[in-house]
Design a protein around this ligand. Structure first.
Ligand SMILES: Nc1ncnc2c1ncn2[C@@H]1O[C@H](COP(=O)(O)OP(=O)(O)O)[C@@H](O)[C@H]1O
Ligand SMILES: Nc1ccn([C@@H]2O[C@H](COP(=O)(O)OP(=O)(O)O)[C@@H](O)[C@H]2O)c(=O)n1
Length: 214
C-alpha cells in the first residue's frame, strides 16, 4: 500500500506520515528532506541556491545517508529547498530514488508536495493536509523553540507564505491537491485528532478496519 501525503509548509505532513507509517508497519519518506539536503550541501560548499546547474550536480550526486542530518530541519535548508526544488533537473534527479522507495514491498508512506500528483499518482490513499498559515507558523515556532533555535513567529510566517507561493507557482510539479486526494484541514485539530482523521481517510480508501501492510 502506498499512502501519499501532500500539503503546504508545516501543515503536519511529516507528523502524520510518521504515525500512519508506524500504524501500518510501512517505511516513511519525508521527501522534503531530499530537497533540503540538496540546498544544504550546496550552501556547505559555498554555492548559491539560485545556481541551477550547481544544484542539479549536487542533486545527481546526493547521498541519501545525509537525510538524517538535524541541520536539514532548520529554516535555511527549508528556504533553500524551495528554490532548488523549482529546477526541473533537480526534481528529475530525485525522482528515481522516491519511485524506488515507493515500489519496495510492502509499500510506503511518502509526504511532500507532488507525491499524489507526480511521484505516486497510483497511490491507494492520498491526503492533502493543510492548516491556516498563522497556525502553521505558530506550530513551527513552537518546534524551533523546543530545539532551542530562534523562533520569531512573524518571520516564520513570512517564510512559510513565500515558500507556499513559490511551491504553488513553479512550472514543474507545483504544490497541488491531486484530483483524488482527500482534503484534511487540521487548523482546529490537535495532533491526535489529525491522526485519527487521517487514518479514517486511509481506511475508507483501502476498505479495511485494522492493520494492513500489503
Ligand atoms: N495537528 C497538530 N496540532 C498541533 N501541532 C502539530 C499538529 N500537527 C503537527 N504539529 C506540529 O507542527 C510542527 C510541524 O509539523 P510537521 O509534521 O513537521 O509538518 P510538515 O511535515 O508539514 O512540515 C511540528 O512541530 C509538529 O509537531
Ligand atoms: N515533494 C516535495 C517535497 C518538498 N519540496 C520542496 O522542499 C521544500 C521543503 O519541503 P519540506 O516538506 O521539508 O518543508 P516543510 O513543509 O517541512 O516546511 C518545500 O518548500 C518545497 O519547495 C518539493 O518541491 N517537493
Amino acid at each position: 500500500m502506498i499512502v501519499a501525503i501532500d500539503g503546504p509548509a508545516a501543515s503536519g505532513k511529516g507528523t502524520l506520515g510518521r504515525r500512519i507509517a508506524a500504524h501500518y508497519g510501512l517505511p516513511h519518506l519525508d521527501s522534503g528532506l531530499l530537497y533540503r539536503a540538496v540546498a544544504l550541501a550546496l550552501i556547505a560548499r559555498g554555492g548559491d541556491v539560485h545556481d541551477a546547474s550547481a544544484a542539479t550536480a549536487v542533486a545527481q550526486a546526493l547521498d541519501p545517508q545525509m537525510l538524517g542530518d538535524p541541520a536539514l530541519r532548520g529554516p535555511a535548508a527549508g528556504a533553500g529547498a524551495s528554490v532548488v526544488s523549482a529546477v526541473p533537473e533537480v526534481r528529475a534527479a530525485l525522482l528515481d530514488f522516491q519511485r524506488r522507495f515507493a515500489a519496495e514491498p510492502p509499500g510506503a508512506v511518502i509526504d511532500g508536495r507532488d507525491i499524489g500528483t507526480v511521484i505516486c499518482p497510483h497511490a491507494e490513499a492520498k491526503i492533502f493536509v493543510t492548516a491556516a498559515p498563522e497556525e502553521r507558523a505558530r506550530r513551527r515556532a513552537l518546534e524551533f523553540a523546543g530545539r532551542g533555535e530562534p523562533a520569531d513567529e512573524a518571520s516564520i510566517l513570512a517564510d512559510i507564505l513565500a515558500r507556499d507561493a513559490r511551491d504553488m507557482g513553479r512550472a514543474v510539479a507545483p504544490l497541488a491537491q491531486a484530483a483524488d486526494a482527500v482534503l484534511l484541514d487540521t487548523t482546529t485539530l490537535n495532533a491526535d485528532q489529525a491522526f485519527a482523521a487521517a487514518l479514517a481517510i486511509v481506511e475508507a480508501r483501502i476498505g479495511a478496519p485494522s492493520r494492513r501492510a500489503g
